[in-house]
Ligand binder design. Sequence first.
Ligand SMILES: Nc1ncnc2c1ncn2[C@@H]1O[C@H](COP(=O)(O)OP(=O)(O)OP(=O)(O)O)[C@@H](O)[C@H]1O
Ligand SMILES: [Mg+2]
Length: 276
Amino acid sequence: MTEQPNPVLPQVILDEPKKVRLHPTNILDEKSQLEQKYLEAILKRGLVISGGIGCGKTELMLYLIKEISQLPHAQVRVYDIVGNCRRLVNYGFAHEPVHSDTKVINDLKAKNIIFDLTLENAEERAEVIKILTKTSFNFRLKAYKMLNNFEEFEKFCSILSVVEEANTILNTATVKDFWFDYLAMGRNYKMTSIFVMQRLADSSTKAIERLPNFAFGMTKGANDLLKIKNMVEDYKMWKILRQKNITPNKLEPYEFLMFIDDEIFKFKLEEKDLVK
Ligand SMILES: Nc1ncnc2c1ncn2[C@@H]1O[C@H](COP(=O)(O)OP(=O)(O)OP(=O)(O)O)[C@@H](O)[C@H]1O
Ligand SMILES: [Mg+2]
């Protein structure tokens, strides 16, 4: 007798958390606009933005948030730590302040939302981000199992969480169980993230390798460069990037070397596209 699947809690087949190395196949020309397919790719699989001080990380993040938040099936949740994201209120984002004594978060359902984390220490902020992400993750995990119907689940929106100063979450010393689950399986439940960080070298390789899309801004630190070089497994690829003068140490501010799905290109953020 073949085993019948349980109708309420069927077996869930998840993608194996692949060890992701970057092995894109196409190097494209420079871009200053991102076509919809790249925004969809980021929504579907997330993105890490890294680079040195003042290379334009925050502005790139805001640009992507603005563009992706306009997709009807996207819910964007921004965790604002330093007040960089307030201007998104001009683009229809709900604004939810979170203080140390906040007991209730009202607005998890808003289409797009800024969680304004006015919390003093980094651990406390990381904890709030974790609680809010985990709540939705657990809910979706349950829903995914119970719906037993992929089409029904497809009606769920995609939740993109945006975290600046993501080192507090992905640091080798701090990244913990939940975040590994989330990084490995979140996209099965239509939950992904944009993580922004200055020092890629401090981040956990085990965590980073589960994220396939990257935007590397101007990077001078030898450790950060080495980490990127090691991720670009294919030595020939690195050589081509070098010949084209687009390795991250050669970039100007506001220029990014983007790895999205199987494509690589230089993206230049233009002043006219900055989120005001
Ligand atoms: N395309 C551009 N043209 C002109 N100015 C820009 C452009 N992009 C960003 N800037 C400006 O450059 C400055 C640095 O950018 P941004 O704050 O995004 O850097 P960052 O990488 O986040 O820096 P940090 O590491 O300090 O957080 C900002 O004042 C921003 O307004
Ligand atoms: Mg910044």
